[in-house]
Design a protein around this ligand. Structure first.
Ligand code: AHM
Ligand code: MG
Length: 344
């Protein structure tokens, strides 16, 4: 049986708020002008609004589908639309970015300045409500965001190439998990910090400073219902996880909400996998909205993210809604999964 690992759950309580933390760490940003800080502040605000709505989902007529499909033919839930609108509206009204791409939008959005040219440097890519099929059953969902500096000239309309950058060019990335408590976790390339929302006063407090993936873990998270559709390497790795040897079998935990599965694995040690399947040869998850930001956070927390062979952050994207197989988590576990995949 597996031995219980030491968790890196941080019980220290600090009184530092997210707002204070952002100001204090502003100089860490390479091109600090306060713009990135204001951008993260806007995301923090939008996340509070979405959190409020998610939490009353069971009370009001907000559950269920609105009967339209998004670009990828998936049914959009009402809260998906609400979260998408909230993030886009907040970032647009505050004129804080020059462009936004969202998992829920067909194409990217160019943000024009109201009074003068938009001189902002950053573009945001967002999955406004990830795992939304879980909302109806009161299971945690999340928001994922990723921030890049534009590559086209400031003051001109953004182009697709501003969004199609490899993940190693991200300047910040984060997620919000709307769980038993609401947390915002983010990185600007200087480690990963987690903030918990105190709903009574609407303030996030630094609750998980310097989060780290345990180097090894004992949890594997995969939709095992797809087992018959996985390739041999993935099947063998899953069998390895289940074998009664050394410190195995591992524990299987799969919420079906990437943010929540990732968050648990980062705290306890584990691997999340969404491999290619016969019906989805590139897996299900989107490189730009889901895999890159999670990979950046994972690496900043000492973990690893791979498509099975290549580092996620080194993949050159070719389209906005591109999908890739995803293996992410404790470094030793991802290394092991790659070993099995290489043998193919
Ligand atoms: P979504 O962006 O449409 O919500 O899909 C992404 C979600 C992930 O959060 C989750 O890990 C995965 O899809 C679950 O997929 P499946 O139900 O195929 O296991
Ligand atoms: Mg998603």
């Amino acid at each position: 049986m597996h031995k219980i690992q030491e968790h890196n759950i941080f019980m220290e309580s600090t009184n530092q708020t997210l707002g204070e933390f952002i100001i204090e760490n502003q100089e860490e940003f390479q091109y600090s002008s306060g713009e990135l800080s204001r951008l993260i502040n806007s995301i923090r605000l939008a996340a509070k609004v979405v959190n409020h709505e998610v939490n009353k989902a069971g009370l009001v007529d907000i559950l269920g589908s609105i009967g339209s499909d998004n670009i990828q033919g998936e049914e959009q839930q009402k809260l998906d639309v609400f979260a998408n609108d909230t993030f886009i509206r907040t970032l647009t009204n505050r004129e804080i970015v020059c462009g936004i791409a969202s998992e829920e939008e067909d194409s990217f959005i160019n943000i024009k300045g109201l009074k003068k040219e938009n001189e902002n440097k950053y573009v945001v890519l967002i999955d406004p409500l990830d795992g939304s099929s879980n909302i109806d059953v009161n299971v945690s969902v999340g928001t994922i965001f990723s921030i890049y500096r534009r590559v086209t000239p400031i003051g001109t309309p953004v182009k697709e190439e501003d969004f199609l950058q490899p993940g190693n060019k991200q300047v910040a990335a984060g997620y919000i998990v709307y769980g038993t408590s609401t947390m915002l976790v983010y990185t600007t390339g200087h480690g990963v910090n987690g903030f918990t929302l105190n709903p009574a006063i609407g303030t996030y407090y630094l609750s998980h400073p310097n989060m780290k993936f345990p180097e090894d873990g004992y949890i594997y998270s995969v939709n095992q219902g797809n087992f018959s559709q996985f390739n041999e390497g993935v099947k063998k790795y899953i069998q390895y996880c289940q074998a009664d040897e050394d410190n195995r079998p591992y524990t299987a935990r799969y919420i079906g909400s990437l943010v929540s599965d990732f968050h648990r694995n980062m705290i306890k040690g584990g691997i999340y996998m969404y491999p290619s399947t016969k019906s989805n040869p590139n897996g299900k998850l989107r490189l730009l909205y889901e895999c890159n930001p999670m990979a950046f956070i994972a690496e900043q927390a000492g973990g690893k993210a791979s498509d099975g062979k290549t580092r996620i952050l080194d993949i050159d994207p070719t389209e906005l809604h591109q999908r890739v197989p995803f293996f992410c988590g404790s470094k030793k576990m991802v290394d092991k999964a790659e070993e099995f995949l290489k043998e193919e």
